[in-house]
Ligand binder design. Structure first.
Ligand code: NAP
Length: 255
């Protein structure tokens, strides 16, 4: 509380980033008087899109390493704005927050929502997606991220078109074409891509967000089945905001 009775945002906020939401929150908080914001990136992408403001890159060394960092840097609040599938980091953040007493919020955009005409096959994991694929098609568009391609490496009867920011590393499926690209993607582009490569089934994580949703619209238009890998749960007891204004409100009310 300030002397005039108004609440005050915490003095040092750590944003665990790697997402559009993380960058947008850093931009929204940038320049607030009395507030220091640090964004943290894992360092997976060779040339990451950097948030504005202070950035640190690389792992903390598990939950204990993160807890030590929170103490050493006098962090007052953590916003976990990692990708919905970065479950390891979210788990570590929950443990470190519990150990240090630093308030933690998960900023997680809503998942994709099916609409009439969608032919979605929800599955709990990439392994389950791989098990389902041979019954659905032979030419697969894989947009589940570079790190997930290994789950499909044993499927030698199928052809894969995989899109990722950086080149994937082995193990890889024997019949694989890699498209290095980074969203946002357009509906026209996605439609053309699926047609040109004669794709007959699409695999996606339920990442949510506008940047990657056009592939789902294109698949629906073309009548293609889509295997949707469901999200891991948010750590129990951690509050969730669905958007950047919600996260900013949470920070404001910490006082
Ligand atoms: P993960 O499996 O949940 O995390 C593995 C380890 O990477 C963590 O234990 C941590 O290492 C480090 N790490 C992850 N995010 C970090 C961050 N923001 N700052 C510092 N260290 C971080 O993570 P992941 O799925 O590999 O994702 C890595 C990054 O890419 C995340 O920042 C995520 O937002 C982004 N991303 C992921 C996906 C996806 O599909 N998984 C998609 C797009 C973007 P320590 O234990 O050493 O601290």
């Amino acid at each position: 509380m300030t002397p005039d009775g108004r609440t005050r945002a915490p003095a040092h906020v750590l944003i665990l980033g790697g997402t559009t939401e993380g960058r947008t929150l850093a931009a929204a908080l940038d320049g607030r008087p009395g507030l220091r914001v640090t964004s943290s990136l894992a360092g997976r992408v060779a040339q990451p899109r950097l948030p504005v403001g202070q950035v640190r890159i690389g792992g903390f060394g598990g939950p204990d390493g993160l807890a030590a960092w929170l103490r050493a840097e006098a962090v007052d609040a953590v916003v976990d704005a990692t990708h919905p599938f970065a479950a390891g980091m979210s788990h570590n953040a929950a443990l470190a927050a519990a150990a240090t007493g630093v308030p933690l919020l998960v900023l997680r955009r809503p998942g994709f929502a099916p609409v009439p005409g969608d032919r979605w096959h929800p599955v709990p994991s990439l392994a389950a997606a791989a098990a389902l694929l041979p019954g659905l098609g032979r030419r697969v568009f894989l947009s589940s991220g570079r790190q997930g391609i290994a789950a499909f490496a044993h499927l030698d009867g199928l052809h894969f078109l995989a899109r990722s920011v950086d080149p994937p590393e082995p193990p890889l499926p024997p019949s694989l074409e890699v498209l290095l690209d980074r969203g946002p993607f357009t509906l026209d582009g996605e439609r053309a891509l699926l047609r040109e490569h004669r794709i007959d089934v699409v695999v996606t994580k339920d990442s949510g967000g506008a940047a990657t949703a056009p592939k789902l619209t294109a698949a629906r238009e073309l009548g293609l089945p889509v295997v949707v890998v469901e999200r891991p749960p948010v750590p129990e007891g951690v509050p969730v905001a669905a958007d950047v204004p919600g996260a900013a409100r949470w920070l404001d009310q910490l006082g």
